[in-house]
Design a protein around this ligand. Sequence first.
Ligand code: ADP
Ligand code: MG
Length: 250
Amino acid sequence: MLTVSDVHLSFRGVRALAGVSLTVEPGETLGIIGPNGSGKSTLFNVISGIYKPDRGRVTFLGTDVTAAEPRSIVSLGLARTYQNKRLFGSLTVLENVVVPALRTQAGSWLGDIVGRSAGRAAADAKARDCLAFVGLHDVADVQANSLAYGQQNRLEIARALALDPKLLMLDEPAAGLSPPERIEMRDLIERVKARGTAVALVEHDMRVVMQLCSRLVVLDHGEVIATGSPAEVTANPDVIAAYFGVPVDD
Ligand code: ADP
Ligand code: MG
């Protein structure tokens, strides 16, 4: 459903992506791992249309989206979360999810926001469903800023789910979570998979990655250095060297 072909992107001479190619198949959960600075978040930014690549192509569900605006990529069914969360801190938890939920209602979402309440009730109901799905229904009326860190991660996911994605891209959803919260996060992603939604998962917690992903892509210095099953990839000497900075023999 997603094809990334030979994508290159440099920031003023800093090579962030250097010929990255990968695919995500329908219903698949693809893990994308690699050391800090290897280009994982930049790759998400290219796929979701935030950055335009210097070279290469991104196609989603048969449409070339390399030069597309983020909003049209979202409309095709691709949603994401951010490593640095992008919540509307002064809005309530519910309102954070109503904003994307309004987009998927028929008619003018702008009109709905400014007061014509045709789609608002439906968006409200949908937002509440999404909050229940991630386990935040009991804090719907709380200001987003006042949520605990782990709850904010789940709110990001609720907002993405409100866009009815066919592919959900998650950038380090378990980062900064306690061990029990990590298990909750793993179970939440498991439930997303069970809906049939494809997932692209950037995550450092290898237990979470191993349990959720049947296939991994490993980035290092903006290049794909390995692709395969979790067992294949973690036994790969190039991958071990990328993580520990020394050849495996040493
Ligand atoms: P990862 O998510 O794998 O930790 P990033 O994609 O955030 O890595 O970063 C890859 C490289 O690109 C790093 O060297 C980073 O400093 C650089 N980089 C990322 N975004 C920008 C930007 N907006 N401007 C300049 N350099 C950037
Ligand atoms: Mg990152």
